[in-house]
Ligand binder design. Sequence first.
Ligand code: CTP
Length: 375
Amino acid sequence: MGRLSNQKVNYFVSGGPAAYQCVEIIATLQAEGAEVDVQMAPGAEQWIPRAFIKQLLLGAASLVSTQPMLMVGALTVVQIDHELPEVDIAWVSAIASNIESAGVQQVIWLAGTAAASRFPVVERTGEWVVSDQSYSGLPRVDIDSVVAGLEKLSQPPLLAGKRVMVTAGPTLEDIDPVRFIGNRSSGKMGFAVAAAAWRAGAEVELIAGPVALPAPFGVNTTRVRSARDMLAAVESMVDQTDIYISVAAVADYRPDMQVDQKIKKAGAGLDLHLVPNPDLLRIVAAAANPPFCVGFAAETQQIERYAQGKLVDKGLQMIAANQVGRDNGGFESDNNSLHLFWPGADQRLPSTSKRELAYQLIEVIARRYSMGSTG
Ligand code: CTP
C-alpha cells in the first residue's frame, strides 16, 4: 500500500524555473497511490508543456486557467516559484484567497521563504514552507517531505498539541577507541514510532543511539552514543514531555572503565568487568510528575510474563512486547508484531510493516492517554 492510497491531491503549479520539479512530484505522488489533479498557471506552460502533464495524468483533465479552483475533499499542494512571472501573481493570489475564504487548512505550500513573505496566507494555513535547497542553481523541494506532509494532513491529529519524546536504537558502550559493547537494535521501530507521532500532530523529540537512519521529517532528532549520554538527553527534555515512548535497546551494562588507547593483544584472554547502566525508563517513570510512560519489552521467551512484570515493576502506563531473536520480526527486520499490555487489559497488533505498526501503536497510546488525562 502506498503512503497516499485513496487520497486525492490537487496540485497547483505556477510558472518559473521551479516548475521543472512538478513532473517528479506528480510521479512520486502517483507512485504513493494518490490520485493527482493538476492545475497549471498561465505562466507555467512556458516551462512545462501541458501535453506532457496530461500524459502523466493518463489523460485526466489538467487545467490551464486564470481561475484556479479548489477541489473539495482533496489535499492541496501549491507550488510558488521565487521568480513568479507577473501573469501568475494574480493566479496565486486567487488560490490564496480561495483557501482563506474556504477555511482550508490542508495545504502544503512549496515555496521559498521569499515567496512565503509575499503571500502571508502561506504562514497561516497548512503545514509548512518547504524548499530553499537547490539543484543546479534551481530551487528544489525535498519530495519525501511533501509526501510526509500530505500523509500527515490526511490523518486525524490524534496527538495535536502533545509533546512526545522517543528513544530509539542501541546504545554503544566504549571499551577503547575502537571497540564497544552493543546490541542488534537497528532503530527502525523507534524511528517509525517518532515519525508516526509527528504525523499524528505531536511535537516530537527523538533521541537516537548510533544508527544509520536519516532523521524522520519534522522530528527533532538528537544523536547520542552511550546509555549515560542518552540519559542526559532524556533528562534535559523530560519536563517538556507529555508522553515518553522508550523504544531504545539501552545497554544494560558498560565496561567499568574506558581506556584512551587501543588495548593491545596480550596473552590468552582479557577480562572485562561490566557495571550496570542507569535504567532510563525506570528513572523517568519514578519522577515526581512523570509523563505517560510507554516501555518496550524485547523478549526471546515468556513474553507475556516478562512484559507484564516490567509494566508493574517500572511503574509504566503501557508496555509493548515483541519477540526478538527470531528470523522474522524483531530488531533488524522491516516487519514486526506487538503485544500491548496496560493495567487490566491487553491488545495484540499483528505482524505488519514497522511503519504501519507504529501508526497502530500511536492510535492506542493516544486513546489510552486521553482516557487518563480526562480521568
Ligand atoms: N530501558 C531503559 N534503560 C535501560 C534498560 C531498558 O530505559 N538501561 C527501557 C527500554 O527502552 C524498554 C524497557 O526499559 O522500554 C525494557 O527494556 P528491556 O531491555 O526489554 O528490559 P530490561 O529492563 O533491560 O530487562 P532485561 O534486559 O532483563 O529483559
